[in-house]
Design a protein around this ligand. Structure first.
Ligand SMILES: *[C@@H]1O[C@H](CO)[C@@H](O)[C@H](O)[C@H]1NC(C)=O
Ligand SMILES: *[C@@H]1O[C@H](CO)[C@@H](O)[C@H](O)[C@H]1NC(C)=O
Ligand SMILES: *[C@@H]1O[C@H](CO)[C@@H](O)[C@H](O)[C@H]1NC(C)=O
Ligand SMILES: *[C@@H]1O[C@H](CO)[C@@H](O)[C@H](O)[C@H]1NC(C)=O
Length: 437
């Protein structure tokens, strides 16, 4: 999940947040949540579109429940409203964490914080295209398996992301490569700690966020294209292309001439990666979802990695986050929560500066633009990206029940809210993609 930053919250923060989390059950869209994305003109979730008939089935009946016996307390007190068993798997109702109480400038991890030292991953720990820094500092579990709330809280605590922004980033990964019923995702590849979706409705495994295709894609700033090489781990050779753009187009700063990231540098980085990969990768593809994510991820370099005291993202800072997967020494998170609109303003500037349309290579290695999506999804790149992402999210998520459905609705509602913040992007797009890919 490249779009989904390289960072997060740790167990310590989670513990602190837990009581608040319990009281902060955010209604699902159907329950009329305002679903407001601060900083964006989003008034509320629109009415849900009609569901296919299969979606109205009642909560999984006991005959569908696998070998796991119901807890004995259930007969006395009734089933817990926050957990449920489907096909022998325990699901948990997902809730949005409450916003940070102290949401200002803060050194991260900070010398006085013994809970977040850098510790390199152990064998077996999952690492991937994003979130590694957060895992290496224990802002999300160090084994690289995280719940939705842990991921969101981690991004809030370490990067001061506003809760809906963080939740939108997490949601994309969860619905494409996680288990939104068991409430677990691997930030790397498959892990026995993340069970397949109940009933194996999307195949035998969830894939994890490093799995190419639905979300992970080509033209990364720091990973090779999956077809070329290692799309999971940092590649210095790929990153050197970014550094070369910084050396040409960066602003001057305390670390020397051309060492501070600006929008022009991000534009040139994206153009350089596109040019290199389009040429080297016979199967190069930059569909709308991936173009939108790639520009959004580039924007994060400016919006999220900036030193909160100076608002500057410098050469040593990007080396630390990308190459070392460590918080830079003496780094401060943003002075105020970063909302999605802050990032989309930068990604919009990147998109406006690059005329390339979403598309892919043909068999001769010629880049061919994809057909425009139908209205209203043709209204903007974010809207086209939203439809394309939904069309690459397994359609069976439309057909789930109980807590599974509530969790999916929370996430698809968050994602629609992000899309709907763009003028004209008024139509909900349900998960409509293939399974088992
Ligand atoms: C959708 O739900 C119906 C009713 O429970 C079920 O018969 C069908 O197999 C489900 N389809 C998928 C793809 O899960
Ligand atoms: C950094 O950005 C914040 C939020 O936009 C602003 O309040 C602050 O004055 C900026 N600081 C500097 C040093 O530019
Ligand atoms: C962040 O800014 C502060 C204040 O200017 C500075 O002391 C510190 O070294 C900077 N940290 C990084 C990682 O650039
Ligand atoms: C979107 O498609 C509709 C129908 O083809 C067309 O009328 C409209 O101009 C398109 N909008 C944009 C922004 O291209």
């Amino acid at each position: 999940m490249k779009f989904f930053v390289a960072g997060s919250t740790d167990f310590f923060a989670i513990l602190l947040l837990l009581p608040a989390v319990q009281s902060a059950i955010v209604p699902t869209p159907e329950q009329g949540s305002p679903g407001r994305v601060p900083g964006r003109p989003f008034p509320g979730f629109p009415p849900r579109p009609p569901r296919p008939s299969g979606s109205s089935v009642a909560i999984q009946s006991s005959s569908n429940v696998g070998p796991t016996p119901a807890p004995s307390s259930a007969s006395a007190t009734g089933p817990s409203p926050t957990t449920e068993v489907q096909f022998g798997q325990i699901g948990t109702l997902i809730v949005l964490p409450t916003p940070l109480v102290a949401d200002g400038l803060k050194p991260i991890p900070g010398n006085l914080d013994p809970a977040h030292p850098f510790i390199a991953p152990k064998p077996g720990d999952q690492r991937g295209p994003a979130m590694n820094t957060l895992a290496n500092h224990g802002y999300i579990p160090r084994n690289g398996i995280t719940s939705f709330e842990q991921a969101v809280s981690g991004m809030m605590e370490a990067f001061n992301l506003e809760v809906h922004f963080a939740a939108g980033l997490a949601a994309t990964s969860f619905v494409t490569r996680g288990n939104p019923f068991a409430n677990k995702i691997s930030i790397g590849g498959d892990s026995p700690l993340v069970p397949p979706l109940p009933g194996n409705i999307d195949g035998q495994t969830t894939g994890g966020i490093a799995k190419h295709g639905r979300f992970e894609g080509d033209s990364s700033l720091s990973r090779a294209d999956a077809f070329i090489g290692n799309n999971r781990d940092f590649q210095q050779k790929v990153f050197n292309l970014d550094l070369a753009q910084l050396a040409k187009f960066g602003d001057d700063g305390p670390d020397g001439p051309h060492t501070v990231i600006n929008v022009r540098t991000l534009v040139e980085m994206d153009k350089a990666q596109f040019a290199a990969d389009q040429k080297a990768n016979r199967k190069f593809a930059l569909p709308a979802r991936r173009m939108f994510a790639a520009y959004g991820q580039a924007a994060l370099v400016m919006s999220v990695f900036a030193n909160g005291t100076t608002n500057q993202t410098t050469l040593p800072i990007i080396n630390s986050f990308f190459r070392d997967e460590k918080f830079p020494p003496n780094w401060y998170r943003a002075a105020a929560p970063i909302v999605g609109a802050t990032n989309s303003k930068i990604s919009g500037q990147i998109a406006a500066a690059i005329p390339t349309k979403p598309g892919k290579n043909n068999v001769k290695g010629v880049y061919i633009p994809d057909p425009a999506p139908p209205a209203p999804f043709n209204s903007s790149l974010p809207c086209a990206g939203y439809l394309d992402q939904s069309n690459n999210t397994p359609h069976v998520l439309q057909n789930v029940t109980g807590i599974f459905k509530k969790n999916v609705d929370l996430m698809t509602g968050l994602l629609f809210a992000v899309a709907n913040a763009n003028p004209g992007c008024t139509q909900f797009a349900p998960p409509a993609g293939p399974t088992g890919v």
